[in-house]
Design a binder for this molecule. Sequence first.
Ligand SMILES: C=C(O[C@H]1C=CC=C(C(=O)O)[C@@H]1O)C(=O)O
Length: 410
Amino acid sequence: MAEQTISTARMCQHIRDWPSADSPFFFSNSSVSMLACGARSRFQQSLSRPRLAATVNNWLQAQRHDRHDNPIAFGVIPFNESTPARFVLPQHTLISEPLTPPIAPDFWPENPLLSVTSLPDAESFKHSVKSAIAQMQSGTLQKVVLARALTLGFTNPLQPEQLLLTLIQKNPSAFNFCAPLSDVQGQGKWLLGSSPELLIRKQADHFSANPLAGSRKRASYSEQNRELEATLLNSPKDRHEHAIVVAAMQQALRPFARRITVPRSPSVISTGTMLHLSTLIEGTLTGDHHVLELAAALHPTPAVCGQPLAAAHQYIQLSEPFSRGYFTGLVGWCDAQGNGEWAIAIRCAEMHGQSLTACAGAGIVASSQANEELTEISDKLSTILQAAGVSPQALNFAGRCAAQKATVNG
Ligand SMILES: C=C(O[C@H]1C=CC=C(C(=O)O)[C@@H]1O)C(=O)O
């Protein structure tokens, strides 16, 4: 049987027993969890956005046993077309209701941090924010999303199942994912995360999208959060940052839509660590459009790149001293009927052996403050850091040791 429904307890056990040799791919939303195991077929190719939907669909159609067969493929799509898109049609997929995994206190065995590297460093990031603002004042750029990458080196190899189960426990309503990034068995490479942002979901002729932009760090008490929500909703800077994303998405979806509904003003959603301005866009399609056709028209939105797209993309290429890879790309699934669901790969990290690289970005507009954007990125990184059991103290300590070593050596 290609798909099997199991209990949440069995799903948690399958994740705990992480079947590495099967290159498992986990993806969940607030109503379903899916663990895809093995590969009937794999697909890995650098694809331009106009070719994405047709190429993936041709591959998937060729895998159908008969016309009643509707196989589901899982995939990751990069931020930049130079990194390959990766898809797998699994041998079998386990499906369960949403998980609330209990995590035993000894679930994270002692694994001291050895090193911390930030790219760019704090000063270079602030410089890059200020240059972007100067460019906005001269009128060539309206918004750009600038990111940092934090690489942590641990004493012992990391286990994807530990990070995944902790992410699910802390962010039960997010899009939780763990996608294999190498076909090499053993010490694999994984993309793991808890994204709050739906790029696009399509089922028959109905579609929905949920852009987020404009952020505050979530407080511990609900009363404080109510105040923060009000500040966010009343902040002209955040409303502007958000409106740019909604307008661009509406424009990109319009050619496909018979009907499109966009609330007049945003609401606020909360994740385990953050509050965001959020707009739920919904509509019906004019014809038979593949979910990846819609995704390709939208990606990358100004929630992860900027506006105008080409100028923002160029600014990112020239100023970010690391390759985003799959960060701010897409993660999700599609079936042979063109339905599917794609989340934006944020609040995520690449895990490889003893190393974990977490990235986060912040939307910069003309009224942004460099210091505040730097803090916002640290707040966003805490989704991964908290789930990885890394305390701010451990981070500072490892950072100081690395700085001392650099001074001694250099
Ligand atoms: C680019 C990221 O967040 C996006 C999603 C929500 C809020 C955002 C913001 O307020 O800047 C970003 O657009 C990230 O988490 O790395």
